[in-house]
Design a protein around this ligand. Structure first.
Ligand SMILES: O=c1ccn([C@@H]2O[C@H](COP(=O)(O)O)[C@@H](O)[C@H]2O)c(=O)[nH]1
Length: 305
């Protein structure tokens, strides 16, 4: 899957991923109204509304982008109907030829991580049969439990030809509380980066490993150091746009081949119609606003490569 990700990024000349993080207050009134008329103001109604919203955005942008990153928390908040909307979104994006990065941030003791890996990337055995659960192409993984928590994901990735993105330096303001702490003079995020490079060596695609990492756009100096520590690791970069990361910060996340990083924007794309720049589209044409925001983001990122 890492080879396909690289191919699609090159083909579309778009090192970006659209984050499908639907909040109900981003969903235009006409979509909410139709969903609530059918299902009432219920969890089912909310799930239908976010699914229809996502579908509109995917239909308007899939030809421009290589990948999407649905954030599972935004679906989970609506309970089982929300999880069904997550699955529907994953399946629909794959039908449209998009690579799906499940932003699920899993990781636990070995046996539990194995179940997460099977549920999100692999197949679960039921008697003599086996079934895919959510079936994303990549999943984000929290490395805090160490190799025990990562290895089951690597096993499933090898079998299924899928991949993971391991949290190395997250974009949020308090990420330094633990991640920047020094151990024998080295910040923890660097130690995790070294470990990611090591895990990745035995999981190589053609040029990049299918063990990727997450480094926030909001910490460009650290991004520069981490790029060097993990030359063959694809970096998923959240924090562009709504969190303040800018294109000029991002050049050091890429390798000299112009590859090696994929930049995420969620609110900046899916709620573009709420921003002054795209207000002319209006709520009814929210998907057209998202398309224009994607075009602008691609141009912005490519301008620094
Ligand atoms: O370090 C991290 C890791 C994950 N995220 C996730 O990315 C998106 C960002 O959304 P925006 O609206 O573009 O800010 C969201 O799903 C986060 O959970 C992150 O921001 N930082």
């Amino acid at each position: 899957m890492i080879n396909k990700l690289v191919e699609e990024i090159k083909k579309k000349n778009a090192p970006i991923v659209v984050g499908l993080d639907p909040m109900l207050n981003y969903v235009p009134q006409q979509i909410q109204k139709a969903a609530f008329e059918e299902y009432g103001e219920t969890l089912e109604g909310a799930a239908e509304a976010i699914w229809q919203f996502n579908k509109g955005i995917v239909d308007a942008t899939y030809d421009l982008i290589p990948a999407v990153k649905p954030q599972i928390a935004m679906y989970e908040q609506f309970g089982l109907p929300g999880m069904a909307a997550f699955k529907k979104t994953v399946d629909y994006c794959k039908e449209k030829g998009l690579i799906v990065i499940g932003d699920v941030k899993r990781g636990d003791i070995g046996s539990t991580s194995a179940a997460y890996a099977v549920g999100h990337l692999g197949k679960v055995q039921v008697g003599s049969k086996s079934y895919y659960g959510f079936d994303e192409d990549f999943a984000t993984v929290n490395p805090y439990l160490g190799s025990d928590g990562i290895n089951p994901f690597l096993d499933v990735c090898k079998e299924e030809k899928k991949g993971i993105f391991v949290l190395v330096k997250t974009s949020n303001p308090s990420s330094g509380e633990f991640q920047d702490q020094k151990i024998d003079g080295k910040p923890l995020y660097e130690l995790v980066g070294e470990k990611v490079a090591q895990w990745g060596e035995e999981c190589m695609g053609d040029t990049y490993s299918y063990v990727g990492c997450v480094v926030g756009a909001t910490y460009p100096e650290m991004g520069k150091v981490l790029r060097k520590i993990m030359p063959k690791t694809y970096i998923l970069v959240p924090g562009y746009g709504a969190q303040g990361g800018t294109a000029k910060d991002l050049a050091p996340y890429f390798n000299s081949d112009g590859l090696g990083a994929i930049v995420n924007s969620s609110r900046g794309i899916i709620a573009a119609y709420k921003k002054d720049t795209y207000a002319k589209y209006g709520e009814a044409n929210y998907a057209d606003a998202s398309r224009q925001a994607v075009v602008d983001m691609i141009e912005d990122i490519n301008s620094v490569l």
